[in-house]
Design a binder for this molecule. Structure first.
Ligand code: UD1
Ligand code: UDP
Length: 386
């Protein structure tokens, strides 16, 4: 028997931890040697440590400690720290998850260094270039060998962009693996008592997208809408550090309670018992669908349309009147619970099967050119982007 495959798994910020944990477990169960690299993009106890405890993730094998900064600073710092690490560890493959700056940084370094690169959550597209995450998604997919898609629409996006069929694997949603394996424990949480909440009688809010929280005018308009909703259904808002300063400056209308960011088990418990969830988070749109809890997304678009088409998510945009009328409609007439195929708790097993299936850097799948269909009305010709 040859040496076990050595696989670097990268995590950097809150939404990465629940994605990487089941992948690490599935790889290790099959005998792979996993090296967990933490970039340090998120570092507060409430944005980081609590997730390692709640999810039982072992301490990172390597810690890059990059911290906060502008996009270029943060991405550059991760790249500079990850490059020598990769050289030293010499893995067969690197797994990156999601769409944060750490994802892109480690993807770019891996693409030049040689190991195979796998992207978990490939193919999600908001088609909104003003989102930093959209740049990270598109660029990460472009240099990946394995494109691991969580939903058929994501796989279709990749096909439409010209990726090879043998690169694209529809594996399901790893967030839901973690959700299902922790749901019973989350239901033991006493967080509702601590906040004096009753099941089914409150709304849960999260806000952290730059487009929603960085501009005081936009945030003021959102708070006005939330204030109206709170007149009908009290709201709990665990505050993301990105929004903390601005929320403190602006103040919030009555009926909205600001609390620190919640740990994973507490936050799942809060979602599970909410009457409605109002959010701009990607992961929360998915978890509410899997839990069958109504979700109103405070964005103009979503890279997760399956949660609208086959789940409990409704896009409300950012106009206050539209938000209030959408929430009222959802409260009067909640969407029926339903769950997309392959959001079944087994996505990480499928990922491990793909990654341990015998690929090597000599049989690299990453295309050297992409075939993209020509725009409508320009005949049958295809354009080759090189
Ligand atoms: C990042 C991701 C975003 C993801 C979000 C999840 C990018 C471009 N953005 O956004 O896709 O949805 O994480 O939560 O990668 N801060 C703290 N403590 C921390 C971390 C951050 O105080 O532990 C503050 C700092 O002031 C920092 C700001 O939050 O400047 C933003 O952090 P950053 O990681 O750059 O982006 P997020 O908005 O958290
Ligand atoms: N989450 C949490 N506590 C909170 C808010 C979110 O544990 O106070 C969890 C949530 O359940 C989901 C993940 O964090 O698993 C989503 O991360 P986030 O919203 O920060 O990022 P996004 O998914 O938008 O990239």
């Amino acid at each position: 028997m040859g040496a076990p495959m050595r696989i670097v798994c990268v995590a950097g910020a809150r939404p990465n931890y629940m994605k990487i944990k089941p992948v690490m477990d599935a790889l290790e169960r099959r005998g792979a040697e996993v090296v967990l690299v933490h970039t340090g993009q998120h570092y507060d106890e409430s944005m980081n440590d609590v997730f390692f405890r709640d999810l039982g993730i072992r301490p990172p094998d390597r810690f890059l400690g990059v911290g906060s900064g502008s996009h270029a600073e943060q991405t550059g710092r991760v790249m500079a720290a990850f490059e020598p690490l990769l050289d030293e560890v010499a893995p067969d493959a690197v797994v990156v998850v999601g769409d944060i700056n750490s994802t892109l940084a480690c993807a770019l370094v891996t693409a030049k260094a040689g190991p195979l690169l796998a992207h978990v959550e490939a193919g999600l597209r908001s088609r909104d270039w003003s989102m930093p995450e959209e740049v990270n998604r598109v660029a990460t997919d472009r240099v990946s060998d394995y494109l691991l898609a969580s939903s058929p629409d994501a796989a279709d996006n990749l096909r439409a962009e010209g990726y090879r069929e043998d690169q694209i694997h529809l594996v399901g949603n790893v967030m839901i693996d973690t959700l299902f394996s922790n749901l019973e424990r989350a239901r033991q949480s006493d967080v509702l008592e601590r906040y004096g909440l009753s099941k089914g009688e409150y709304g849960l809010v999260t806000l952290h997208r730059p487009a929603n929280v960085d501009d005081p005018e936009v945030l003021t308009a959102l708070l006005k809408a939330l204030g109206e909703v709170a007149g009908r259904c009290p709201l709990l808002l665990p505050v993301h550090p990105r929004a903390a300063g601005r929320l403190a400056e602006l103040g919030v209308p009555g009926g909205i309670r600001l609390v620190p960011p919640a740990g994973y088990l507490d936050f799942i418990a809060l979602q599970d018992s909410a009457r409605v969830v109002l959010t701009d988070s990607g992961g929360v749109q998915e978890e509410t669908t899997a839990l069958g809890v109504p979700c109103v997304t405070l964005r103009d678009n979503t890279e997760r349309p399956i949660t609208v088409e086959q789940g409990t998510n409704v896009l409300a945009g950012r106009d206050p009147e539209r938000i209030v009328s959408t929430v009222n409609r959802v409260l009067d007439n909640p969407p029926a619970p339903r769950r997309p195929a392959l959001w079944d708790g087994r996505a990480s097993d499928r990922i491990a099967e793909v990654l341990l299936g015998g690929g090597s850097a000599d049989s690299r799948l990453r295309p050297t050119d992409l075939l993209v269909p020509s725009p409508a009305g320009e005949g049958e010709a295809e354009t080759v982007l090189s």
